[in-house]
Structure formats: structure tokens, C-alpha cells
Write a protein that binds this ligand. Sequence first.
Ligand SMILES: Cc1cc2nc3c(=O)[nH]c(=O)nc-3n(C[C@H](O)[C@H](O)[C@H](O)COP(=O)(O)OP(=O)(O)OC[C@H]3O[C@@H](n4cnc5c(N)ncnc54)[C@H](O)[C@@H]3O)c2cc1C
Length: 363
Amino acid sequence: MGDLGEQRWYFNARPFRSTRTGLPSVTAQRPVLEEYFRDKVAALPNVTFLERTDVLGFLSTPDGRQVTGVRLRSTAADAGSAFNLDADLLVDATGRGSRTPVWLEELGYERPVEQRMAIGLAYTTRLYRRRPDMLNGTQFINCIASREFPRGAFFGQVDRKTCIVSLTGILGDHPPTDPGGFLAFARSLPVADVYEQIRHAEPLSDPVCFRFPASVRRHYERLPRLPERLLVLGDAVCSLNPNYSQGMTVAAMEVMALRRRLSRGTPSTIAFMREVGRIVDQPWFISTTNDLKYNGMAGHRGLTARMGNAYVTRLHHAAAKDPAVTNALMRVAGLIDRPTALMRPRVLLGALRPQKPGTGPVE
Ligand SMILES: Cc1cc2nc3c(=O)[nH]c(=O)nc-3n(C[C@H](O)[C@H](O)[C@H](O)COP(=O)(O)OP(=O)(O)OC[C@H]3O[C@@H](n4cnc5c(N)ncnc54)[C@H](O)[C@@H]3O)c2cc1C
């Protein structure tokens, strides 16, 4: 675990000025993180897991006004027929492939309007054996993709013996999975740091590509009616461009909202989904507005988006010299502060200072 502001961040080949933000950062492979939380949940006395079981649809009262459970089927080879599970409250956390819109329609409700932002992103990831000289005291190196350099990279330590490299490209410019192409893509980044770390490193896996075609938001908060006892959260409501690392924070904020409401009884579906909508508004705005900075990205660039992106680009440049700007950017990206915090006088001052144009280190 380290401090988010003390890691090595680059924007257009310039390193951010390091600063202590008080925001802890964890680099872990997904199975490690999931196992950690799964163990915590499994230790709760009233939790039972139904392993290898698919949700097939909702059960409801005859008038469809209230969801009363789910229809399930085991995916095991010796699985029997489908069966019912009654529920006082159903929370859909099945991720971006959630089928709630279809099942709502089957119950006679409208589907939520779905908004998509096609980013055509791919992550290609490879593991390497960690050498003692790697990273030199920092936890990770993050080359942020910019309009000028839409290719990005993350290089970090995931345990004492292993480092992970994820190369990212958008709008179909996908990092290759053959070892030569993977290294060539790393060499094409505007900073040599990541390439230098891995060019002689020992690979522990083949490069693997993960594609993320589009950010998706389902506007449940706009629906005039919804069945009671059904809530939706996490990626099932909004799946954000993973480049901005917001998805788990958003899901956690929604779960905290659920805990608050449950302490007062079973929440009304409409009221809860409106609260989820308000939680999602800010990260969706940050993610989709940022994506519009790329040439070739389809979408309307209103005045707010154009001015916002020009200002944030200035802040990224200013962060090369000014630790207060680094701190402000980290706090907004981490959803601790609202984007308006970037307009505070101290940050504004950093942005207004004359800046060296172009790329490369700031003297
Ligand atoms: C490449 C990548 C990098 C990311 N990096 C970050 C990061 O650095 N920081 C961050 O905060 N977020 C990150 N995210 C986003 C984060 O992973 C997601 O926001 C988060 O996992 C959403 O959690 P969830 O529980 O809503 O959905 P998911 O994690 O997708 O979980 C859904 C679960 O539901 C199960 N399921 C689906 N359908 C059914 C069904 N019919 N029956 C039974 N089970 C079902 C699935 O098997 C799965 O286990 C990243 C995402 C990607 C793709």
C-alpha cells in the first residue's frame, strides 16, 4: 500500500510533482482483491453463497408490482432443473451484462434508457518477475493517455515477486499480444520508463488482451415506475471507462447509500435508484467528458466539455511543478472531491502560471 500522490505519474512525458495526498493506493491483481472481499463477506454469519448458479429471471407478485425472488439454475454438469429462491429484497449486482432491463420488460415495465460512449479501448497485460532495481521505491508508474499521446501504460508491483504491465490503446489502436509487438508498443510511449523496466525483464505470462468497447449507463433514475423490492447497483447501472479507475469506488458509494437506507427499513426502489443516479452523475461526467478530448471520438463537444478539457490539460501540465495541483487532481479523480474543487483559488493559480509548451521534463 502507498500514497496515491507519491507514485510516478506522467502526462505528455512530464512527471507530476510528487505529494502526500493521504489517499491510500493498492495495486493488486483482481483475483487477489476479490478473494480478500469474498472472505470478508463469507465470514458474515447470515451469508450463504450459491456457487455456480445462474440467475434466469425474476419472480414477482401476479400484478408485477413487487419482485419476490429469482429463478435459478445450477451450472454444474450434474445440474437438475431450475428452481426458485424467495427474497424480501433483490439487489442486482451482476455487472455490465445485467439482464434486468429485459426482465423488467417481461414484467410490463419500460427498459431504462441506455447511454453509450464508444471508446474502443483495449488493455493488453503481461506479468514479469520483479527485480529489486525495478520501480525504485514507488509502487507504480502510470502514463496517462492524452490527446497528443492516446496510448497509455500502467506498470506496478502486485506482490513481492511479480510486476504487472498493462498497455492501453483506444479507438481500435489495440496493444498487440505477440511479445515483439507488445514491447514495440511500450517503446512507442512518450516516456521510456515502462519500456526500460521491461525490455530485459523475465516474462511470467503471455500478453493477454481485454477489450472494453464502450462505457454504458442505464438511466433507472428516469423511469416513472419500477417494481418494489428490486435494486440495481455497480456496473449493472453504470460501467465506466476503466482508465479512470472509478468503478469500484462508485459501487462502494452505492453500497454505503444502501446501508444508510436499510437502517430505516426496506427502501423504495424509485427513491434508491434516484440516489444511485445522483452518485453516478459525477463519475459519468468525468469519464465521458475526458473521453471527448481524443480526436476521432464521436460525441457532442459542448462548451463545458471543451473548456473543461482545456482546463484539465492545463492542470496536468501544472502538476509537473505544483504539488497542490497534483493533490487536487488526485482527490477529484478518486471521487473524494467534486470537480468544482479544481476551481479553488490555489489550484486556479497553479493553472494560470505560464507553462512550457509541448512535452518532456520541466526544468
Ligand atoms: C480492465 C479493467 C480495469 C479496471 N480497473 C479498475 C480500477 O483500477 N479501479 C476501479 O475502481 N475499478 C476498475 N475497474 C472497474 C471495476 O472492475 C468494476 O467497476 C467492478 O468490478 C464492478 O463491480 P460489480 O460487482 O458491479 O460487477 P462485476 O465485478 O462485473 O461482478 C458481476 C458478477 O455477477 C456475476 N453474474 C453476472 N450475471 C450473472 C447471472 N445471470 N447469474 C449469476 N451471476 C451473474 C458475474 O459472474 C460477476 O461475478 C476496471 C475494470 C476493467 C474491465
